[in-house]
Design a protein around this ligand. Sequence first.
Ligand code: UT7
Length: 331
Amino acid sequence: MAKLYGKITGWGAYAPPRIVTNHDLEATLDTSHDWIVQRTGIHARHVADANETTSTMAVKASWSALAKAGIPSTELDLILVATSSPDYFTPPVSSMVQSMLGAHDVPAMTIVTGCTGFVYALVTAYQFIETGVYRNILVVGVELLSRFVNWEERSVSVLFGDAAGAVVVQPTAEPCGLEGFVLGSDGSNGQHIIMPAGGSARPFSEDVLQEGSHYLQMNGREVFKFATRVIGPSCDEALRLAGKSMADVDWIIPHQANLRIIQAAARDMDIPLDRWIVNIDQYANTSAASIPLALAESLESGRVKPTDTLLLVSFGAGMTWASAVLQMQPS
Ligand code: UT7
């Protein structure tokens, strides 16, 4: 059998229309636009209204990606949804998305690795494409974290936004696709990004509600240090596996957690900031949605071309990290 490569034939993104600026937050929180911009680079975030859920946002991005790829949802062979903020613990949001897309009986799974979820899911999709097991795979990164943060507590709530991004991966005989990747996990430091209650370790209760320990908590400084430690080496290793160097990369698309993290990585890796795709100012940290959102947006604007060599790099809850050297389409 001829070697199979994966080609990204469709992409799409969705962010809820309601924009909450830093100035809006100043009205309800002891925070300031200047603090948020200086510490994070965030100016605004999109926040879902009550009529939206994780699955409805995922489906909107998915329809765009399917339309671009020119395939009906009934032709899908696999659906992968990366999220840490699903509609329910169970049923899996991936099955909800499958049903809402009318993709009858198509296998679907949710990948829960925090902010790295989309890259983990994309790498998984490529394994099924390259082995010829499946032909049409939808990969979604979606997050509705505004429902999981405590809006009365400033340290976490100002950082996150809601969004979804999706791509369709299909096989081709022409060389392109996932050229090298690194996935990693260090569960010994998992406490740095945690929702302490609501799971089996500490089921929901009156006490949990009183304490607010069902909300997302983050040790920002530790996560910051972790991120700046893993980005460079995981990019270097993905490039080594791809047999490429940084000079071959057209664009780096990093997880959008904090502009200062991106600036520090750019400095450490000696790659000018204008080769990094950055949109955190308008969307804040959308966790598993941040890379597919930045990818779809920069493809739509024409800044990134599907034949460009991309380096995706992400880090987050787990702690996990993920990087991938990717050429979406053959040159
Ligand atoms: O996607 C998942 C991965 N997540 C990340 O990558 C996040 C990584 N970490 C970060 O981005 C940064 O650590 C933060 C933006 C979360 C925080 O920035 P920092 O420079 O590490 O600030 P800090 O946590 O050390 O807090 C500095 C001060 C504190 O006051 P004191 O104790 O120095 O008096 C905080 O209480 O800033 C205060 N503070 C705020 N002030 C105004 C914390 N949040 C706010 C706020 N507005 N929203």
